[in-house]
Design a protein. Structure first.
Length: 271
């Protein structure tokens, strides 16, 4: 028989359980009373959806709102570039520049083509002659051709533009008296196939005579002359016997002037 003072174990455990449930209920009631109200979010309407989420109604027809608009070439340029471009278009067009001076050209023509052209005793070429390398200034022009008297005149080469000189060579004035009176000579160097020799080439009414200590001395009448010509550029005077020997002469001078003058005087008397 239990004592009246001994507690009832099962009855005390149930009391504790009830107290725990009551505490949980109290906490839940407190949380429900103090919880902040959540904002009300209305459901999204179909028209508010992003254009990117819409599905095209056809595979060939994409909705206009799904394609992003491309920026034009001007949209990517800085504002400074646009301003510079506008300023360039507003700039006035420069006036065309005046044409420059015409190129300098010195030209000599003669009625007999192939005449020799000298400027201040310097051989330039043969007619028709043209050059842009002659400096402006005053010169003595000498135009000569075989068998005719030379033409000598003073010419002024312009600083710009064309300086055109036309020469008419006089006809040859020959006579037996002129041939008889001919007396010309020139110091020459006779060019051999191997080596050379020096001497004096003379011309008279009887023809040519070459005086030299070498064995190549000779005489040649005009009637037996086949070729008598001068090449100024090569500094060579050629004398050829008709059907026979050829002699080539040069000079120790700085240019072919001595040969040229000798040839001119002889031809003027013979023709």
């Amino acid at each position: 028989m239990r004592s009246l003072e001994e507690p009832d174990a099962p009855r005390g455990r149930g009391l504790w359980i009830l107290l725990g449930l009551a505490l949980v209920a109290a906490v839940a009631a407190w949380y429900a009373a103090n919880r902040p109200a959540s904002p009300h979010i209305p459901p999204a309407s179909p028209s508010a959806r992003s254009p990117q989420n819409e599905t095209p109604t056809s595979r060939n027809d994409a909705p206009a709102t799904t394609e992003r608009r491309r920026a034009g070439p001007d949209a990517s340029r800085p504002a400074a570039d646009k301003a510079t471009r506008r300023a360039g278009t507003d700039r006035p067009t420069p006036a065309p520049s005046a044409p420059g001076p015409a190129a300098r050209d010195f030209r000599v023509t003669s009625d007999v083509p192939g005449a020799y052209v000298f400027l201040d005793r310097k051989f330039l070429g043969t007619t028709p002659f043209s050059s842009r390398d002659v400096a402006p200034g005053t010169y003595q022009l000498n135009v000569q051709v075989e068998g005719r008297p030379p033409v000598v005149r003073t010419v002024e080469v312009l600083p710009e533009g064309l300086t055109d000189v036309t020469v008419t060579l006089p006809a040859a004035a020959t006579s037996p008296a002129a041939v008889a009176a001919l007396s010309a000579e020139v110091a020459v160097v006779h060019q051999h196939a191997m080596g050379s020799c020096e001497g004096i080439l003379r011309a008279s009414g009887d023809g040519f005579r070459y005086d030299t200590p070498h064995k190549d001395a000779f005489t040649l009448p005009f009637a037996r002359v086949e070729t008598f010509a001068v090449d100024y550029a090569e500094k060579r005077l050629r004398l050829k016997q008709r059907g026979g020997r050829t002699w080539n002469f040069t000079t120790t001078a700085a240019n072919a002037d001595p040969l040229f003058v000798f040839h001119r005087d002889v031809e003027a008397a013979r023709r």
